[in-house]
Write a protein that binds this ligand. Structure first.
Ligand code: HEM
Length: 413
């Protein structure tokens, strides 16, 4: 019996109340689908009374997730944070993704221009040159790790540009990104405790403080540090807000796009008919990108906290309850998306997905991520690269980032 069939049977046999989709192991093993299918069918807004992160509500249908997303007056990001797991109270890092208006509004406004359409046009040339260089340098007829040589390499270069970070040290950004999101209990975690994580992030902040001081003295320019150093909404941030916002921008701009670069290749390898469609019609690249982002769902969930008693899909939510929006499930909701478990690169509405969230916190980097992925696929196709996945992916132990740690591939000469 396959792992997927076994997971399906187990999900059906479990008492409904015992289903706990916050277990990071189900994402590492990629066996989360049947549990969510059952919740969507039988208990779309579901209460898990006991988990390692305490009690929480799961919102699993597309429309109910939208309801929570747009009602930020009821469902707060500030009151309890954005992950099912709370940050330890003495190590809380405030960033604007964890804020409600009005603080959220001012800080978001400061950094949003970095990924606005007029600036994206100026990045396009640089991204294309780098993508070409990375693809041209890949080994032929030899197995290598796509995650390391392509996904991490390209997204780290992008981050270094966004921050105008010292080029030779750019891999530090990928390292800090891993530190910021890792589950400290994962077998291969780069840090083993919350205290260790916190200490590393403070070291990161020290490096950035140096850059900040230089940029604050110089005239304003278009990089995230300069923008924050010169803007009224961010220039007087506390140290914890500084650390939090740096981590947000590093993770936001890095892990998510990285995993879409790996996830897209894997999905096309597993669906050769879809690759044949793409090869025959390269105008499908933009919808391939949107479908990859839906299918991969790089951010597994976002959490909110109810600030008053309310009702959602017939369930009574109490003030203070944790409410978790499971994007992985909303993106597989058959009542919103046709044939949602299939990877189909020419859908009628490819952008209809929840991977970028919605409402006031909707991802600020969505167009930039789309651009990087579009260029990657245009350049792969322009070179007619014959890329085969040669082994199973190694996935991340996390209930927050749906990540691929390693993906062995081979390019035929
Ligand atoms: C495929 C790539 C990406 C995915 C799937 C993704 C996903 C998300 C999601 C789900 C949210 C929260 C939305 C919500 O709560 O409604 C978010 C917020 C955010 N993302 Fe992204 N993201 C991606 C790329 C990027 C990039 C490239 C950047 C940086 C340039 C970025 C920066 C941010 C920031 C700063 C926020 C916080 C927005 C706010 O709270 O107002 N993201 N992203």
């Amino acid at each position: 019996m396959t792992t997927a069939t076994l997971a399906g049977r187990e999900a059906q046999a479990q008492p409904l109340g015992a289903i706990d989709v916050s277990d990071p192991a189900i994402y590492e093993q990629d066996t989360w689908q049947p549990q969510f299918a059952r919740l969507r069918r039988e208990a779309p807004v579901h209460y898990c009374a006991e988990s390692r992160y305490g009690p929480y509500w799961s919102v699993t249908r597309y429309q109910d997730i939208m309801t929570v997303e747009v009602d930020h007056a009821t469902y707060s990001s500030e009151r309890g944070g954005i992950q099912v797991e709370d940050q330890p109270s003495d190590m809380k890092r405030g960033s604007f993704i964890r804020m409600d208006p009005p603080r959220h509004t001012a800080q978001r406004k400061t950094v949003a221009p970095v990924a606005a359409p007029n600036n994206l046009a100026s990045y396009e040339v640089t991204i294309r040159q780098r993508t070409r260089a990375v693809l041209d340098a890949l080994p032929r007829n030899e197995t290598f790790d796509w995650v390391d040589k392509v996904s991490i390499e390209l997204t780290t270069m992008m981050l270094a540009t966004l921050f105008d970070f010292p080029w030779e040290e750019r891999r530090k950004l990928a390292f800090w990104s891993d530190i910021a999101v890792c589950n400290v209990n994962a077998p291969d975690a780069p840090v083993r405790s919350e205290a260790e994580r916190f200490a590393e992030l403070l070291r990161m902040a020290d490096v950035f403080k140096g850059l900040w001081q230089e940029r604050a003295k110089a005239p304003p320019k278009l990089d995230l540090i300069s923008m924050m150093a010169h803007s009224q909404g961010t220039r007087d941030m506390s140290e914890m807000e500084f650390v939090g916002n740096l981590a947000l921008l590093i993770v936001g701009g890095n892990d998510t796009t990285r995993n879409s670069m790996s996830g897209g290749l894997l999905a096309l390898d597993e669906n050769p008919d879809e690759f044949a469609k793409l090869d025959a019609n390269r105008a499908l690249v933009p919808s391939l990108v949107a479908e990859t982002i839906r299918y991969q769902t790089p951010v597994i969930h976002m959490r909110r906290t109810a600030v008053r008693d309310t009702e959602l899909a017939g369930q009574r939510i109490r003030e203070g309850d944790k409410v978790v929006m499971w994007y992985v499930s909303g993106n597989r909701d058959e009542s919103a998306i046709e044939n949602p478990d299939a990877f189909v690169i020419d859908r009628a509405k490819p952008r209809q997905h929840l991977s970028y969230g919605a409402g006031i916190h909707r991802c600020v980097g969505d167009r930039l991520a789309d651009l990087q992925l579009r260029i990657l696929w245009e350049e792969i196709l322009a070179r007619d690269l014959d890329i085969a996945v040669t082994g199973p992916p190694r996935r991340l132990y996390s209930n927050f980032i749906r990540g691929i740690r390693e993906l062995p591939v081979r390019i035929a000469a």
